[in-house]
Design a protein around this ligand. Sequence first.
Ligand SMILES: Nc1ncnc2c1ncn2[C@@H]1O[C@H](COP(=O)(O)OP(=O)(O)OP(=O)(O)O)[C@@H](O)[C@H]1O
Ligand SMILES: [Mg+2]
Length: 232
Amino acid sequence: MTSADLITVSNVTKTYGEGSSAFTALRGVDLSIARGESLAIVGKSGSGKSTLMHVMALLDTPSTGTITLDGTDTTRLSASRVARTRNDTFGFVFQQFFLIAGASVLDNVALPLSIAGVSRKERERKALAALERLDMADKARNRATDLSGGQKQRVVIARALINDPEVIFADEPTGNLDTATGQAVEDTLFTLNREQGITLVIVTHDPDLAAHCDRAVTIADGRVVADERRAA
Ligand SMILES: Nc1ncnc2c1ncn2[C@@H]1O[C@H](COP(=O)(O)OP(=O)(O)OP(=O)(O)O)[C@@H](O)[C@H]1O
Ligand SMILES: [Mg+2]
């Protein structure tokens, strides 16, 4: 692990809505994430965890403050540049990022490569390799809907890996899974972190998963209230 910060959140606020219905979900967050780190974001429901993850992952913009990625202030980039950076640099394991129902497992996994304009042959080769890592190659030609919950989650991880991302953002990656499948998903994420140095940012309510991360940041009412490193 190097000490260089990959993502720096500086004095970020996020207010949803306007006027009397406005709600401030982030109230001045400062947070630096080092390259290669595994970071858990924990806290009660409604505390602002997903909101923080969305602004760090460039899926949403902060109301005030900045998100710096690899030294670049992303709030100054054009929308198309942000979209390209997101597609090239990040992988997402979000339950709400559904698989495309009618499409094959292979095409679902290859989607970020289609967005990046990679040729069909290369897309298929890479998608199959990613599915192999998740022990899902035999389901490549299935429709994504014809899978169990744990298999779908593994397809989502395969898709998150396809662009060799620097960071994987995961929101409750083990949330709806049985213990054994949840453990397999967790093992996959930490293997990627250890062997490829992929930075992990994981929102979780699972204390066991949080305890496996290098560091756990606790959010309460839109603020960071604790930042603990696991003893080496
Ligand atoms: N699009 C939105 N419009 C208005 N309010 C929102 C919106 N998204 C989130 N909020 C509010 O912002 C607060 C933080 O939401 P967020 O989704 O970040 O919480 P969370 O910590 O991820 O919770 P959970 O553990 O339940 O997923 C909540 O009070 C929520 O109702
Ligand atoms: Mg959430």
